[in-house]
Design a protein around this ligand. Structure first.
Ligand SMILES: NC(=O)c1ccc[n+]([C@@H]2O[C@H](COP(=O)([O-])OP(=O)(O)OC[C@H]3O[C@@H](n4cnc5c(N)ncnc54)[C@H](O)[C@@H]3O)[C@@H](O)[C@H]2O)c1
Ligand SMILES: O=c1ccn([C@@H]2O[C@H](COP(=O)(O)OP(=O)(O)O[C@H]3O[C@H](CO)[C@H](O)[C@H](O)[C@H]3O)[C@@H](O)[C@H]2O)c(=O)[nH]1
Length: 327
């Protein structure tokens, strides 16, 4: 029988790629998004319910109508800097919003959830690669707003039987290889789209946030993971969850770090143009190195990244930027 997934935040970057992956695997997909930071035209694989996750009456109506087997919960705000200047926004939208969603699930008998967590919940790592047993010590309200949700999910499992998987993404990167959807944040703060922009437009140079990190080339190292690989992990996690239940946590990364200078070189190679660059100060709260161990996802989900070579990430992001961006 066809299974149904309700995707909160499905009009956003990672959520829309997941909608595509589930639809391609034969699932019925329903998106629930208030379009506060998402895009109507990214919703291509099923209906859009334009609604806030905190609007419990309408959310419960959607659950009663579509009777989803699984919820994939992406809806959140995700700007670290904004979370520092306006933490209330993050605790209200992310943490309290998720609590409202959990209550709607409980009221309507939906018992399976995939949750977008983040490597930001680890804070400054004590050792890399980071595995799931590494202590969580967020250094900003965004990370806290997500870590508290992981805790809620454990308690909801113990008391009410809610089954969940928290997926701690490292840096989501790249765009749909078929060019149907891509990354559109406004404002864009992520490194890859900004370096690409700097290669296309010398008037918009890319500012390197810190060249004095304790790394081989002095710039910060991140684990860029192709968004289509993340999407496939959600599908595998959803199937596992329906079969096994329980509370699970998985890192999603590649185990391979790329420095900001290496990223700039990759864009130069792929775009065949040198991006305009400025060297700037470190951004507050940026750890020097964030690299995942994804051994648990490999072992328990059978997941390994397939599309996360940096040149392919840049190629797909560039293709989207050139052909598909204007909205
Ligand atoms: N992009 C990354 O590198 C990254 C890394 C780690 C974790 N995450 C997490 O993954 C998820 C998706 O991130 P993204 O980059 O796709 O963000 P995004 O902003 O592109 O998408 C988020 C979507 O959620 C919607 N939304 C926000 N608040 C809502 C609410 N209250 N009700 C209904 N819809 C709401 C927005 O309109 C948007 O469409 C987030 O939870 C984020 O914290 C992202
Ligand atoms: O203009 C810029 C933007 C970024 N960077 C650098 O590029 C790297 C990647 O930065 P991003 O902003 O693309 O990504 P982050 O690693 O800061 O953030 C990602 O990981 C976070 C957890 O730390 C959150 O989960 C967030 O949602 C997710 O995008 C960092 O070293 C950053 O300092 C620059 O040098 N210049």
């Amino acid at each position: 029988m066809t299974k149904t997934v309700l995707v909160t935040g499905g009009a956003g970057y990672v959520g829309s790629h997941c909608c595509k992956a589930f639809a391609q695997a034969g699932w019925k997909v329903v998106t629930l998004d208030n379009l506060s930071r998402g895009w109507r035209d990214a919703v291509r694989w099923g209906p859009l319910i334009e609604c806030d996750i905190r609007d419990e009456e309408r959310v419960r109506g959607a659950f009663n109508l579509y009777k989803p087997d699984l919820v994939a919960h992406f809806a959140a705000f995700a700007y670290v800097g904004e979370s520092v200047s306006d933490p209330a926004l993050y605790y209200i939208n992310n943490t309290s919003g998720t609590l409202a969603l959990l209550e709607s699930m409980r009221a309507t008998g939906c018992g399976h959830l995939l949750f977008s967590s983040t490597c930001a919940s680890y804070g400054i790592p004590k050792a890399v690669p980071i595995d799931e047993k590494h202590p969580q010590a967020p250094i900003n309200p965004y990370g806290w707003s997500k870590m508290i949700i992981e805790r809620m999910l454990e308690d909801y499992c113990r008391a009410y039987g809610l089954a969940s998987v928290s997926l701690r993404y490292f840096n989501a990167a790249g765009c749909d290889p078929e060019g149907e959807i891509g990354e559109c944040h406004e404002p864009e703060t992520h490194a890859i789209p900004l370096v690409i922009e700097a290669a296309r437009n010398p008037d918009r140079p890319f500012q390197v946030f810190g060249t004095d990190f304790p790394t081989p080339d002095g710039t910060a190292i991140r684990d860029y993971t192709h968004v289509s690989d993340l999407a496939r992990a959600h599908l595998l996690a959803g199937e596992m969850l329906l079969a096994e239940g329980g509370t699970h946590i998985f890192n999603l990364g590649t185990g391979h770090g790329i420095s900001v200078f290496e990223l700039i070189e990759a864009v130069k190679r792929v775009a065949r143009r040198p991006p305009a660059i400025r060297h700037g100060a470190r951004r507050e709260g940026d750890p020097p190195v964030l690299v995942a161990s994804y051994e648990r996802a490999k072992r328990e989900l059978g997941w390994t990244p397939r599309h996360s070579q940096i040149d392919f990430i840049v190629e797909t992001a560039l293709r989207w930027r050139v052909y598909y961006t204007p909205r």
